[in-house]
Unconditional design. Structure first.
Ligand code: ATP
Length: 279
C-alpha cells in the first residue's frame, strides 16, 4: 500500500532524511520509532504530500501522494485545527473533501463520534477545547473518510488513558478492515497493544525493521528487589526466571519487587542509536 524508497531531504546543514525506505502492506500497522530528530515527521509529511523529497520515490497505492490524497488520512504531530470551526464542521469538511456526502457522511461522523467519544464537545469550536479534546478531534479528521493509508504522528501525545485506549481501538479496527497504518510514538506499550511491527529510524533512515518480539528478544530487562537493608538490581534477558532464582537468596522481609521488560531505549542502545538532539 505504501512504498517509500531511498528518500532524501536536506534543510541547510541538516540531512533530515538520508536514504529513508519503508514499505507498509494493507492491514499492517507499523510503529515508527526513534529519538527526537530521527526524521519521522519529515517522512510522514512527505508521504502525505505536504513535502517534496530532494530525491527518492513515494508511492501510495501505486501513485504519487498528491494523486492519492483522498486515500490518505493524516493526524499531524502539531495540532492543525481551524479555531473558529466546531469538531462536527471539521469532520464534515474532511469527509466532503474525500467525497463523502449526505447519509454516508452522517453515518461516518456518527460512528467516529461514538468510537472516539466526541459527543460532549462535537458542537464546540476547536479553539475552546482542551489539549486532549483537540487531540481526539485531530485524530478524527484523519479517520472520518476511512482512508486506505493512515498516517498518525504521535496521535496520543498529551491524551489521557481513556482517550489513548479509544484511539488505539479504532486504529486496530481500521487495520483489521485493511488500512495500512504508520504510527509514530515514543511508547512501546502502545505498539504492543496494536500488535504493530516496528521500524526504527535514526539519522534519516530506517535502521531496523521487524516484529517487536524479534527486535526485543535477547535484550536485557531488569529485576529490582528491595528489602529493608538493600536494593538489588540485576540486568537479565529473563526477568521472571531471574526473580524466581533471586527471591530465596535475599533477606526477608522483601519490601518490593519490580520487573522491567526491554524498552525502546534498550533497543536503541543495542542498535547503537544516538540521540541527535543531544549533540
Ligand atoms: N522545516 C525545517 N527546517 C529545518 N530543519 C528541519 C525542518 N524540519 C525538520 N528539520 C530537522 O530535520 C531533522 C528531522 O526532524 P523530524 O521532525 O523529522 O524528526 P522526528 O523524528 O519527527 O523527531 P520528534 O521525535 O522530535 O518528532 C531534525 O534535525 C530537525 O531539526
Amino acid at each position: 500500500m505504501l512504498q517509500a524508497i531511498d528518500l532524501r531531504k536536506r534543510y541547510d546543514e541538516v540531512q533530515a532524511l538520508d536514504g529513508f525506505s519503508l514499505e507498509v502492506a494493507a492491514g499492517e500497522i507499523v510503529g515508527l520509532v526513534g529519538h527526537n530528530g530521527a526524521g519521522k515527521t519529515t517522512f510522514v509529511e512527505m508521504v502525505s504530500g505536504l513535502l517534496r523529497p530532494d530525491s527518492g520515490t513515494v508511492l501510495v497505492d501505486g501513485v504519487s501522494p498528491t494523486r492519492a490524497r483522498d486515500r490518505i488520512g493524516i493526524s499531524p504531530q502539531h495540532i492543525a485545527l481551524y479555531r473558529p470551526l466546531t469538531v462536527r464542521e471539521h469532520l464534515e469538511l474532511y469527509g466532503r473533501l474525500a467525497g463523502l456526502r449526505r447519509a454516508a457522511l452522517r453515518s461516518a461522523i456518527d460512528d467516529l463520534t461514538a468510537a472516539l467519544r466526541l459527543e460532549s464537545f462535537l458542537n464546540r469550536t476547536c479553539g475552546l477545547l482542551s489539549g486532549g479534546q483537540q487531540r481526539r478531534a485531530q485524530a478524527a479528521t484523519a479517520l472520518v473518510h476511512r482512508p486506505a493509508l493512515l498516517l498518525l504522528d504521535e496521535p496520543t501525545a498529551g491524551a489521557d488513558p481513556e482517550t489513548r485506549q479509544a484511539l488505539l481501538d479504532v486504529v486496530k479496527q481500521r487495520a483489521g478492515e485493511g488500512a495500512a497504518v504508520v504510527y509514530t510514538t515514543h511508547y512501546l506499550t502502545e505498539l504492543t497493544d496494536l500488535q504493530a511491527t516496528i521500524a526504527v529510524a535514526a539519522e534519516g533512515r530506517v535502521i531496523a525493521r521487524g516484529a517487536a518480539d524479534e527486535l526485543l528478544s535477547g535484550l536485557p530487562g531488569e529485576v529490582r528487589v528491595r528489602t529493608a537493608d538493600e536494593q538489588l538490581t540485576v540486568s537479565t534477558t529473563d526477568p521472571t526466571g531471574t526473580l524466581l532464582e533471586l527471591l530465596p537468596t535475599v533477606a526477608r522481609p522483601v519490601e518490593s519487587v519490580e520487573l522491567r521488560n526491554p524498552s525502546l531505549d534498550d533497543l536503541y542502545h543495542s542498535l547503537a542509536v544516538t540521540d541527535v538532539d543531544a549533540h
